[in-house]
Design a protein around this ligand. Structure first.
Ligand code: FMN
Length: 154
């Protein structure tokens, strides 16, 4: 069975997009894995139900996640919650921030608790420039969640 990894992101100036793309590249490098890299407005409830693992990637705006990432949660929460496909779904978070990132991260993690997703990796929180080191961490995160989901270890 092919393992499906969904990466939902928003990005205005490209930083979070670069991080999400690297995570996608990492996940795609694992055999038998199909990656769905989607901008938040295009991501659907069906995507969420069908994936085996989920990465949420958001910039921090005003101490919070991007509005369009919140909109993805708003659109899917009611229908998704309580479904067996959602329970303990493995997830990880990528944040791009100017100098902080904790507000966006905390709010995303709190919402993910509500869905009853399972946090399986430490987040990558980039402060300022998204450099090679950050991108390597994103790639590693993508590889790890994909390999773990494929092997069913979460
Ligand atoms: C409207 C707006 C609000 C922002 N608020 C914060 C903030 O509260 N904390 C922070 O660390 N950075 C803040 N930033 C900086 C962004 O998080 C940072 O530039 C990030 O890399 C943008 O990601 P993107 O290129 O994917 O859009 C803000 C930027 C914008 C445009």
């Amino acid at each position: 069975m092919t393992c499906k990894i969904l990466i939902v992101y928003h990005s205005q100036s490209g930083n979070t997009q670069k991080m999400a793309q690297k995570a996608a590249q990492g996940a795609q490098s694992i055999g038998n894995v199909q990656v769905f890299l989607k901008r938040a407005p295009e991501a659907t409830l069906e995507d969420l139900l069908l994936c085996h693992g989920l990465v949420i990637a958001s910039p921090e705006y005003f101490g919070y996640m991007a509005g369009l990432v919140k909109d993805f949660f708003d659109r899917t929460y009611h229908e998704a919650r309580g479904k067996k496909e959602i329970f303990k779904k493995p997830y990880a978070v990528l944040i791009s921030a100017g100098n902080d990132g904790t507000g966006a991260l905390n709010h995303i993690e709190r919402i993910c608790l509500g869905y009853q997703f399972k946090k399986i990796l430490a987040p990558v929180v980039a402060k300022g420039v998204v450099d090679r080191e950050v991108l390597a961490q994103c790639e590693e995160l993508g590889k790890t969640i994909a390999a773990g989901c494929r092997e069913g270890i979460y």
